[in-house]
Design a protein around this ligand. Structure first.
Ligand code: C2O
Ligand code: CU
Ligand code: CU
Length: 493
């Protein structure tokens, strides 16, 4: 008892000086009250130069083809200075998984070898791949099995995507142990293709005092699991060297952590979102927000100097733990200003607005607060407590229906008390309108999205066209909510 309290206390005070998002020890105790004792932040090496992402090898020498192999396996990797190596689950032994670099129009073959002791899948988040190749929960790959995923990319696609497991159960554990990786699709005519790039894959990791990744606590299931160590390209608090010409692609691969990022003293220009470049460059902004699953493409404007990349508190109305009140620092950025090739408002790409279609689909997110509170004592994950259209996920039940190539007007409603990032499989959508507490807003310019955050009470209208038949998931991208059943099936015929 004494020892536990002491450890919690020292953990919180280490957090305060380091990377962690709260300095209030009371809050820290709440956050981990039903969880394990955590490794002090100082025991994870930090301050190394930001590593480049390892790139997945193209095993094909044919023009326009990509053949790659992804092996999911348990590995022990030295992440800490004072404990045994950490048991992780990784693609090709790498944290994050290797970067898959593709070009528009490519014929892609990805061989997945499952060397885990449990079933898994690989889902290609945001890509318009055939339903049978989408790696959904209806198509599990058993331990020891190999599955070849095949798809051809459209000619007009570009942008930053990612891949991760999507099994019916185990997605939360597999992702929290390291299974996720980035995808970039380039297009020969894309406007910013000549800019040098920088890639920030942001994930988070929880380590206990033995340096191991603990199982979810009850609060993790309810609120979504946030690892205390926020990593960029697998490194804690890296040193980043950046110049004003660089196009930064940022991925939020955390299960539940929202990333509200700022570089105090400098500003961001947003040039792209989930589906590549936007219609225009945004106005300069002090902060950007990435909900779990989202991507952004950014440039930095400011004077030449060293900045701190700040993670600002974002109130997503967690039920079991309070919102941090203090910013934490994710990285040090040595910035050199150059003549920026990109200016606010500049046109980047023609995005034709999807017409108002004939389809109408509705997804209403709700929660069973009484069940969540009732289960708290037993600690049993509250399966079925987060719902879409009043139902918990059933892999064999089709919840919504549409037809190929019809434009669907989706009305997505968050009738819960927490934020939820809503994701639809099969391709990307355009946001038409948001409305929160009676205030309606429309986006200033078009962009392609596949994941969108909704605050409590928010209603979002999006338009989307499914371009091939089959079953498509839509769900909350807080991985724990997805696994508890906050997901539905759209049948496209
Ligand atoms: Cu990122 Cu259904 O997934
Ligand atoms: Cu997806
Ligand atoms: Cu959710």
């Amino acid at each position: 008892m004494h020892r536990r309290r002491f450890l919690q206390y020292s953990v919180s005070s280490c957090f305060a000086g380091g990377l962690f998002s709260t300095t209030a020890s009371a809050e820290q105790k709440t956050a981990i009250s039903d969880g394990p004792q955590l490794l002090p932040a100082g025991e994870i090496p930090q301050g190394k130069a930001l590593p480049d992402l390892p790139v997945l090898k193209n095993e094909s020498d044919r023009l326009g083809e990509f053949h790659g192999t992804l092996i999911a396996q348990e590995h022990e990797i030295p992440l800490t200075s004072g404990t045994a190596p950490t048991r992780c689950q990784l693609y090709n032994g790498q944290l994050p998984g290797p970067l898959i670099e593709l070009e528009a129009g490519m014929k892609v073959t990805l061989t997945f070898i499952n060397r885990l002791k449990e079933a898994s899948t690989i889902h290609w988040h945001g890509l318009p791949v055939p339903s049978s190749q989408d790696g959904g929960p209806e198509d599990p790959i058993a331990p020891g099995e190999t599955r070849v995923y095949r798809f051809t990319l459209p000619d007009d696609i570009s942008g930053s995507y990612w891949y991760h497991p999507h099994p019916l159960s185990g997605a939360s554990a597999q992702i929290s142990k390291g299974l996720a990786g980035p995808i970039i699709i380039r297009h020969p005519q894309e406007k910013l293709r000549k800019l040098p790039e920088q890639h920030w894959v942001i994930s988070d990791l929880r380590l206990d005092t033995q340096g191991q990744i603990p199982a979810n606590s009850y609060a993790d299931w309810v609120d979504g699991r946030e690892g205390e160590n926020v990593l960029i390209n697998g490194q804690r608090h890296p040193q980043i060297t950046l110049d004003g010409q660089q196009r930064i692609r940022v991925w939020n691969m955390c299960s539940a952590r929202y990333l509200q990022l700022s570089l105090p003293g400098a500003q961001w220009l947003v040039v792209g979102t989930d589906g590549g470049l936007s219609e225009k460059v945004s106005a300069p902004q002090h902060t950007v927000l990435l909900a779990p699953g989202e991507r952004l493409e950014l440039l930095v404007i400011g004077e030449s100097k060293t900045y701190s990349l700040n993670l600002l508190p974002y109130d997503r109305h967690r039920m079991m733990s309070k919102t941090p009140t203090v910013a934490s620092i994710l990285a040090t950025v040595s910035f050199s200003a150059g003549k920026s090739p990109v200016t606010a408002g500049m046109a980047l790409r023609a995005i034709p607005a999807l017409p108002e279609g004939t389809g109408h689909l509705r997804a209403l997110m709700s929660e069973k607060m009484a069940d969540i509170m009732k289960n708290k004592a037993s600690g049993v994950p509250p399966k079925g407590a987060f719902l879409i259209n009043g139902r918990s996920f059933d892999v064999n039940r089709m919840d919504l229906h549409t037809v190929v190539n019809q434009v669907d007007n989706w009305q997505i409603i968050n009738a819960t008390t927490m934020d939820h990032p809503f994701h639809i499989h099969g391709g990307q959508f355009q946001v038409v309108q948001r409305s929160l507490r009676g205030v309606k807003t429309v986006p200033e310019y078009l962009s392609w999205k596949d994941t969108i955050n909704l605050q409590p009470g928010e209603i979002v209208m999006v338009r989307m066209r499914q371009t091939s038949p089959g079953m498509r998931m839509y769900h909350c991208h807080i991985i724990e909510h997805e696994e508890l059943g906050m997901m539905g099936n759209l049948m496209v015929s």
